[in-house]
Design a protein around this ligand. Structure first.
Ligand code: PEP
Ligand code: MN
Length: 233
């Protein structure tokens, strides 16, 4: 979330293209403390405005226990990011809000560790857990991370929770997003989390992996036969 124009134009465009949930970061976990850290509560208010205007549900990241009440006040779904995936006290605090939780996989997390992190949500009286694969750190450098699509059938076998794929963080390259989405749908993913920006080259964060509004609409069209072949709606 950068500003009202950027967020609202994105929200309206993705809604029109068929998205059901809007993910935007108000508290951003950045590798460098000198990069854009998010707008905080101002960003949450913009997300609430986007929800009012479009009807899209809102998902946003909870970075710290310090913000749990604030984030829960605005979010329909709470994202726990890769860097906090094993921050167990944060997971417990997020679970106790009663909001659905999207738990990203940590960059070096084994599937067993991820499942157990998920248990911190489930065992704290919150059954509304989604897992989100976003790529793991390997020796490969052509991609930002290595998107582990094999996690889809494994999670499907080991857990009843929905499995979401984030190909944007997974590859770190906009040109790979469509292929990875198609593969994810074919392998049984329950949802896709795709980064979109009206002008990716001007984005304050992760511009190289973001689709344009037009690119997102085209992706949604291209996915239709794959979704039908997977027997999904
Ligand atoms: C993000 O979703 O924009 C993000 C920071 O993701 P991750 O926690 O997977 O790095
Ligand atoms: Mn991002």
């Amino acid at each position: 979330v950068e500003n009202e124009r950027q967020l609202l134009s994105t929200a309206h465009a993705v809604k029109k293209a068929g998205a059901t949930i809007l993910r935007g970061g108000a508290f951003k976990p950045r590798t460098s403390p000198y990069e854009f850290q998010g707008l905080g509560q101002k960003g949450l208010k913009l997300l609430a405005k986007a929800r009012r205007e479009t009807g899209l549900a809102i998902i946003t990241e909870l970075l710290s226990e310090q913000h749990v009440e604030l984030v829960a006040e605005y979010a329909d779904i709470i994202q726990i990011g890769a860097r906090n995936a094993q921050n167990f006290q944060l997971l417990i605090a997020a679970a106790r809000t009663g909001k659905p939780i999207l738990l990203k996989r940590g960059p070096s997390m084994r599937i067993e560790e991820w499942l157990l992190a998920g248990e911190y949500v489930l065992s704290n009286n919150n059954a509304n857990l989604m897992f989100c694969e976003r790529g793991i750190r390997t020796f490969e450098t052509y991609t930002r991370n290595t998107l582990d699509l094999s996690a889809i059938p494994i999670l499907k076998a080991e857990s009843h929770c929905p499995m979401i794929i984030d190909p944007s963080q997974g590859a770190g390259r906009a040109d790979l997003v469509a292929s990875l989405c198609k593969g994810a749908v074919a392998m049984g993913a329950d949802g896709l989390l795709v980064e979109v920006h009206p002008k990716p080259s001007e984005a304050w964060s992760d511009g190289v992996q973001q689709l344009t509004l037009e690119g997102f609409a085209q992706l949604m069209e291209e996915l239709k036969p794959f979704i039908a072949a997977a027997g999904r709606e």
